[in-house]
Ligand binder design. Sequence first.
Ligand code: AP5
Ligand code: MG
Length: 216
Amino acid sequence: MNIILLGSPGAGKGTQAKFISSKFNYKQISTGNLLRDEMKRKPSLKKKIFKIINSGNLVSDNIVSQLLEIIISNPAYFNKLIFDGYPRNIGQIIILDNLLKKYKQNKYIVISLLVSKEVIKKRIMGRIYCQKCKNTFNEYFNPPTQLNHNCNKEFLIKRDDDNIDTILHRYETYIKVTGPVIEYYKKKNEFHEIDGNNDIIEISSKIAGIISNLTD
Ligand code: AP5
Ligand code: MG
């Protein structure tokens, strides 16, 4: 069964998606990471995508769905996909449903992480991201150490969009544009809301409970 993991910026989607992929052998699809990789590969697109991401708005559905289809179409990951931060608007719900239908995959369950705005600000301001292994750490809550991180320190960076102005705008975009997605899924799908203000381990254990109960 595929899984959609939703939540505001800094809610812990990436952290929990990494946990799910390693514990349950899922393929993480972070549309944010796909866009960051795309900027590195295609300098011609970089300026355009960079500007949108740093303004806190959403990149066009068309660009994101092309990147998404490359992974959804790979039979190696059929019904083992975890969507980290997709869909983010109502149009993307339809795009996703059509893609899953096209590749004859099951639908999905939805897990939503609910976190307060104050917690989010501190988490994002403390975030440290590894460009190589794509793991996320935090200078306050979860610093990189020799035990939890093997890559060279030079790969550890702050994301360009992790500044206070962009965070606030990303949060507004989430409430206005992704809020209706959450409401839609609450009515239409198997939907689980989790208090994302808790510790990483506590949240992981709740998610593990949900996934262990899935029937396929
Ligand atoms: P994206 O990269 O997806 O950013 P986001 O949605 O803003 O979410 P984040 O990655 O900031 O947070 P997260 O929930 O993954 O939290 P994390 O685990 O890192 O998207 C970036 C941009 O790309 C968007 O703004 C948009 O422009 C574009 N984009 C992406 N997808 C798109 C789409 N579908 N359509 C159009 N445009 C799209 O955790 C945050 C920090 O907190 C870390 O330091 C972590 O260590 C720490 N932490 C995590 N959990 C906890 C916890 N429980 N307790 C304490 N600390 C914690
Ligand atoms: Mg993320």
